[in-house]
Design a protein around this ligand. Sequence first.
Ligand SMILES: [Zn+2]
Ligand SMILES: [Zn+2]
Length: 337
Amino acid sequence: MSEMRQDPTTKEWVIIAAERSRRPDEFRQQSKRERKSYSVTCPFCLGNEHFTPLETFAIRDSGSPNTPGWRIRVVPNKFAALSPQVIPRRSDDGLLFRGMEGFGYHEVIIETPHHDRDLPLMSEDEILNILETYRHRYKLLREDERVKLIVIFRNYGERAGTSLLHPHSQLVAVPVIPFHTRQKYEEATRHYDDTGRCLYCDLRNAEREYGKRVVLETGHWLVFHPFASQAPFETWIVPKRHASCFASMTNAELPELASVLRRILHGLHTLLNDPDFNMIIHTAPVEDENTPYFVWHIEIYPRLTTPAGFELGSGIFINVAAPEETAHLLREIVAAS
Ligand SMILES: [Zn+2]
Ligand SMILES: [Zn+2]
């Protein structure tokens, strides 16, 4: 039997159509990636720094900018979707067609010099450096008053949108607050008006109390598979302290997040055999960094199924696994790690 569930943060519906016969090993990925520690044509490999635009930030042990000696490098995306060199002016033709120059920042965070050292296999210290780099870039780019929203994300594997294997994440800063974000904000505002409480704190507390979808809890973090998950193994990492801006993380919370992220990604890697995945940091728009009704969080989507015509036509996702069951599987793996 399937069940329809409504996401309390968006009011969107999903169909949980867990196939009873589906065993956990059926979610395991078949294909093995080709692994090598260096690629002569890879623009992100050590010694190939001249293939990228000039770096905007690096964590280095030695060397001068744009030479080897780095642990993490940040560079503008060579094929950037947006450019900081233009002014984001709206144009309106008096009809329906509003446009704007493509202003924004589009950066690549090269997470390691090693071509095959992927995030789920990194040490806590390496992941901590990456999170610190995200925070550093966020804090710098938010100072540009044209920037309204900063999205930090990671695509891994072709089903997640990249064929570039070298470990990297991306940051895009845009001059608008998109409809998708506004809609979530409107729901959160309505909840706040109705109850005087923060929807995301309520959601985190409810998941914690219910317990069956909780994967991991530490002093500062709660990890769960949400009630209305859109896809199998959709995983949320949420701070236990109310905070709407990712960059407001304290120096106590940050290393613990590195540890949590390593354990979760390693667990998914083990359980699903190195799946393609997207990871997104959802943080408030710059002007709402101190809002009382939103909590920043990380969402991870292993790419095990492909949304198709029904999802495009209805916005209703069909999830073939119950989050209660996937949370249980991941919880056991993470507990044993
Ligand atoms: Zn490489
Ligand atoms: Zn809250």
